[in-house]
Design a protein. Structure first.
Lengths: 718, 277
């Protein structure tokens, strides 16, 4: 982990200055008086894009701008990635190229103090401006002009030769660095990775375009032979296109950044459809060259031999080809793009003239004539003259038939016809096989599409199910938590209720005690209740009644004719006192009730402080216990939710991994299938054309039959 | 081998930028005075210009990439303004040709002789700053997922899509982790779609760039973003090392508490595809 750095350095030993980006150069170049202040380029006019901003041609390591000053146009290369010993390399390259008398070179100056960007000077490469198009665009325009392509292949082979003679390795030979000028000559640009003898011992600053380099190419490969592999790639491609322009469309996607061959062909030659197409091509010279390249690829990949150009390159001239017109797109027939024209009107060689029988064998001709003349006499002779004559006649006929049949079989025309017919059969069978394969791949495409859709639906469903399961678990958990919290709430309420009840209970008890205490202060003896004398008092005392507190009520029981007063004591016992009749008892009870009313009017209405404190303490404790439980439940709930989410995430990650793996398999299947389908389509197209040509060739031998041979013997006419 | 596919017009790749447009993007960025929304919009416009230049060839800008900029705030949708408004994945050549406008910006730059001089540059603008609403990151990621899923179906052999999420706050529409992983389940034959996350800070704190563990991250939110981010593929790690950053083998495409420098660096490294020729 790191914080933002303020400076830039590379991992290498050499400190490398940070270079502006492409867009930063574009900004700086909007004021050439400033960015080139004090140099020859000050005030130069830069070629701009539709937005009026300097127009870049970007590469991997630099952007190139076109600008004009003093009537001269230059290409200015601004570097976006630092390269080690750049200035020294360019100096060495410049010196070496200056000594050459080759037309592929483009003049340049390396200017250390080249361009001022945000106050800092950076180097630029000032180059001669070359009006030309790169090889890909050139081929897009001229691929149908086989003669022009062939001439370019020859020029390229010559260029390779010149490079080798000069001891120069370009380092990144590829379509973007090969410009074709208006007169059809080749210019090499971009000398960033160029080797010249003075640079021996250094390593390559770049390893070249992936679609042109050996899989074994490393930065250590830096020398005069560095371009050998890419030379083979380019030359073979050009020869292939000169031989059969349709390969341009058949073997590459439109806009693909390669010629006929690409990285995947070098990495897996055995599995390469493109290589197989070239090494199996009907044209023997192309086939031979392709086989040689395959041999290089299989056995000399790390150290390829020098290019072995075909000499001279006089491939079959396809008929009906437009003459090469320089720097101008070949006009498409009937306004259609060239590839479509190609598709609609496949180029086919004119049908060969019908085959004919050559010289007439004299002996057989004479024999045939003799038979033809004599045979009409045979039957009447056999009937009229002699059976033996008929026999001889028949024998002669048989001998003639055998002789002519043998003669026909010996005819070279017949062997050619047979070969052509066998070839037609083979080619038609191949076309049918290719059709079947294409159809099979079509069906497979449907199957893959259905399987992909099914996988997608299943993944969607599983994702939803996962979320649902999580939501359900969450809901369930939340329900449980809520129940728990509700119970705690209920308990809280019941604690409050209990406290209130307890308070009342204590209050009642206190009031009762108070009542008893107060009533005890009133002695019956002193009450002066009417009719209660010392005897009754003594009797009452004897059963425990002395004060107003000693009994709580009186009831009366019938005893014969009398009603007996029964006192209910404070402890609940029922007693009766001798000599205390109903009247006295009523009066006594009224005395007690009067007193009770009086005392109750002053009864305590609250608990004592001690009682209150005890009560409060108890309820606080209970509440605190419940609060703690409440908090505990909430905390546990949070943890549980976190855990649930963690579970969900873990499940999501696991599912995502699973889905990723399944989708990877699908992607590979689809890519493999798409490739197979594209190849099958091309194969079918080629098989169709080959079969059609085979049919045409075989058709030319239609006159070569035994019957026509007999006619030929008789008449000499084909 | 993964993350090594050739990027070409015949086999292009794509970028999906997710831009947080929530109300908090109005706050100034940590260590600066500019609003976060302005800084992010500026960085994106610069990046789009940079990508256009990087893919410019003789005949014009090549469609090596298709680019979507999805804003999320009061709504989730294309953040392009001008002629590209409302569009999601746009081929780079069209992006390059159709900015909303080209602003003339005047600034003072060193003249190389110790002084300052005023100069005017043309600055194309595709995305305007917006800061309004909540942070519906899950929906933004779901949008990215559908773009990515569609892309890999159409280009099964391409360099995998790269999604860069620029945010300043927590998701307001749920846990974004699931949606984030879902993005990364879509694969081409060259590897899984990449999701990189950058958190823009309002606080003036030390940014955390491309960490390879979440132990030093300050909170669960940061750890969530870390867990949502893909590992940096080797070529990006190598490039980051070249830029002088200390990145481990398990470095994630994730920055926390980013300032302006970190933001620009994050975009530079995160959009570094395999070599373009």
């Amino acid at each position: 982990m790191t914080t933002s750095p303020s400076s830039t350095s590379t991992s290498g030993d050499e400190p490398v200055r940070a270079l502006p980006s492409g867009a930063t150069y574009v900004e700086a170049l909007q004021d050439t008086a400033l960015c080139f202040r004090g140099t020859d380029l000050a005030g130069a006019e830069v070629r701009v894009d539709a937005l009026g901003r300097p127009r870049a041609i970007s590469g991997n390591f630099a952007g190139v701008f076109s600008l004009e000053v003093g009537g001269t146009r230059y290409a200015i290369k601004c570097f976006t990635r630092a390269a080690p010993e750049q200035a020294a390399r360019y100096r060495a390259v410049g010196e070496h190229l200056a000594g050459l008398d080759d037309d592929w070179t483009v003049g340049f100056d390396y200017l250390d103090r080249g361009i001022l960007v945000e106050g800092v000077w950076h180097p630029v490469l000032r180059m001669e401006w070359v009006e030309g198009v790169n090889l890909l665009r050139w081929l897009d325009r001229h691929v149908d002009d086989a003669r022009a392509v062939r001439r370019l292949a020859e020029r390229f082979a010559h260029l390779v030769d010149r490079l080798a003679a000069a001891g120069v390795g370009h380092g990144d030979l590829q379509h973007g660095n090969l410009l074709v000028t208006a007169d059809g000559s080749l210019k090499l640009v971009d000398y960033d990775g160029m080797y010249v003898p003075a640079l021996a011992g250094l390593s390559a600053p770049e390893t070249g375009h992936r679609n042109y380099q050996s899989p074994d190419r490393t930065a250590a490969d830096f020398g005069p032979s560095v371009d050998r592999f890419s030379s083979w790639v380019i030359y073979l491609s050009l020869v292939a296109l000169a031989t059969e322009p349709a390969l341009w469309r058949q073997l590459r996607d439109e806009d693909a950044e390669h010629l006929v061959l690409a990285e995947s062909d070098f990495a897996d030659p055995a599995g390469s459809f493109r290589l197989a197409t070239l090494t199996g091509h009907p044209d023997a010279r192309l086939r031979g060259l392709a086989e040689r390249f395959l041999d290089v690829l299989l056995h000399h990949r790390a150290a390829p031999p020098p290019l072995e150009p075909l000499e001279p390159l006089d491939a079959v001239e396809p008929s009906g080809v437009e003459p090469f017109r320089d720097a101008e797109p070949a006009p498409a027939k009937s306004g259609l793009p060239s590839w479509m024209v190609d598709r609609l009107e496949p180029h086919r060689p004119a049908p060969p003239p019908s085959a004919r029988f050559g010289d007439r064998p004299r002996a057989l001709t004479a024999l045939t004539w003799a038979l033809a003349v004599l045979l009409p006499f045979g039957v009447p002779a056999a009937v009229l003259v002699d059976e033996a004559l008929a026999l001889a006649d028949a024998s002669a006929l048989l001998a003639w038939a055998a002789a002519t049949a043998a003669g026909y079989r010996r005819r070279p025309e017949r062997a050619q016809a047979r070969a052509a017919r066998a070839e037609r059969k083979r080619l038609v069978a191949a076309r049918l096989a290719a059709e079947a394969e294409a159809a099979r791949l079509d069906r497979e495409a449907e199957r893959i599409a259905a399987a992909t859709a099914a996988v997608k639906a299943e993944q969607e469903q599983r994702r939803r199910a996962l979320q649902q399961r999580h939501d359900e678990r969450l809901r369930e958990h939340q329900r449980a938590v809520k129940q728990h919290l509700d119970r705690i709430d209920q308990e809280r309420q019941s604690v409050a209720a209990r406290t209130r009840l307890e308070e009342q209970r204590l209050l009642v008890r206190r009031q009762k005690a108070h009542l008893r205490e107060e009533l005890a202060k009133f002695r019956l003896a002193l009450a002066g209740v009417e009719g209660v004398g010392p005897r009754q008092l003594a009797n009452l005392q004897a059963v425990g009644i002395r004060t107003a507190a000693d009994f709580v009520g009186v009831r009366y029981e019938q005893d014969g004719l009398d009603r007996v007063a029964i006192f209910v004591l404070a402890d609940g016992r029922n007693v009766s006192a001798a000599g205390v009749g109903e009247v006295s008892a009523v009066l006594i009870d009224q005395w007690r009730e009067r007193l009770t009313a009086r005392v109750e009017a002053e009864r305590p209405t609250a608990l004592t402080q001690v009682e209150q404190r005890a009560l409060r303490l108890r309820s606080t404790e209970e509440r605190a216990r419940l609060d703690a439980e409440h908090r505990r439940v909430l905390a546990a709930a949070e943890t549980a939710i976190r855990e649930l989410r963690a579970t969900l995430r873990a499940e999501q990650v696991a599912l995502a991994d699973e889905m990723k793996n399944a989708n990877t398999t699908t992607a590979h299947t689809r890519v493999d299938h798409d490739r197979a389908a594209t190849e099958a389509a091309v194969r079918l197209e080629r098989a169709e054309r080959a079969a059609a040509e085979g049919v045409t060739r075989a058709d030319a031998f239609r006159p070569i039959t035994y019957r026509r041979y007999l006619r030929f013997l008789l008449t000499g006419k084909n | 081998m993964t993350y090594a596919a050739e990027i070409s017009r015949a086999n292009p790749s794509c970028f999906v930028f997710l831009v947080d447009q929530s109300a908090s993007m109005n706050d100034p960025i940590g260590g600066g005075r500019q609003r976060k929304a302005d800084v992010v919009a500026d960085a994106l416009n610069r990046l789009l210009a940079e990508l256009s230049v990087k893919c410019a060839k003789e005949e014009g800008v090549r469609d090596y990439f298709h680019v979507a900029v999805i804003g999320y705030g009061h709504a989730v949708g294309s953040a392009f303004t001008g002629p590209l408004a409302g569009r999601d994945l746009v081929p780079l050549s069209q992006v390059a040709d159709q900015p909303a406008r080209v602003e003339k910006r005047t600034k003072k730059v060193p003249d190389g002789a110790g002084g300052l001089v005023e100069t005017t540059t043309r600055f194309p603008v595709w995305v305007d700053p917006v800061a309004h609403g909540a942070t519906p990151m899950c929906r933004a990621l779901a949008t990215a997922e559908s773009l990515v899923s569609d892309w890999v179906a159409r280009h099964p052999d391409s360099f995998p899509p790269i999604v860069l999420n620029l945010t300043d706050g927590e998701s307001t529409d749920g846990d974004p982790a699931g949606a984030a992983w879902a993005v990364q389940t879509h694969v081409t034959a060259d590897g899984a779609a990449l999701l990189f996350n950058l958190h823009v800070s309002a606080a003036n704190t030390v940014p955390v760039t491309f960490p390879d563990t979440d132990v030093a991250l300050p909170d669960t939110y940061a750890r969530t973003l870390f867990g949502m981010s893909s590992l940096l593929p080797p070529h990006m790690r190598f490039y980051a090392l070249q830029q002088g950053l200390q990145v481990g083998d398990l470095a994630r495409g994730f920055c926390y508490n980013a300032d302006i420098t970190t933001l620009v660096q994050f975009l530079d490294i995160g959009t570094r595809a395999t070599d373009l020729r």
